[in-house]
Design a protein around this ligand. Sequence first.
Ligand SMILES: [Fe+2]
Length: 270
Amino acid sequence: MLIWVALAAALCVMAGRHAAEMLSTPRYRVTLPGLHGDLEGLRLAHLSDLHGRVTTRWGRDLAGAVKALEPDVVAVTGDLVSRPSQIEAVAEMLGRLHPPLGVFWVTGNHEYLLDPRARSRLVEALARQGATALDGRCEVVERGRGRLWFAGVGWAPHPRLPEIPPRPGEPLVALTHHPDLAEALVPAGAGLVLAGHTHGGQICLPGWGPVIARCRGGRRWARGCRQTGGAMMVVSAGVGTSYLPLRAFCPPEIVLLTLHSPTDMGGDRR
Ligand SMILES: [Fe+2]
């Protein structure tokens, strides 16, 4: 009997490890009020929770998978690394993306857990590769006459919301690791909030969803795209894993968003 239990457990672990390799690329159309015509159809790749992972299925290059989506801009919502030894590989991977409008990122709880020297090393390594840290900051990107703002909140016991300058009619995309911070970012003017942290639950049950959601919104908010308070919220299931190197019914993902002005129907998955 014991041998059958051990065999079943071993098979579950093997299946979970295999599932953690199966990268998916969900795509969402997002309506962003105020989006200038010159930004219509802008492609935003959303990565989260890499946890040092720079390869996809069977060692395939993660940068190649992101580049194949031809993003105009890349946003990374925290937990880029789990340990200091992963810093250079993650920075190098992001440095190979070269999206025309830049790479933006915020810290997650795993960056907060790094010792201060390692955290500084991460920030410097990413800056050298051209990735812009948005913890408590805003940046604007431009295409033609269109301007799109990005603001970020880093992980901290008392997270600092960025000072958002007057933006007459110009849309704002907010990056946060924890989805619960959307409650503060939407009233601050964000039309689109990107988050991670939940890993989509990482271990899910068919027909039920995450066993543990790790956000106040519960299972419904652990992954995907939905409206909240007049804004669109996207929670990524992330690329890597933490604690257990397994996934069940919850593949890792790179999310691709295409932004549209309100003349199109938005928020639907395609
Ligand atoms: Fe994470």
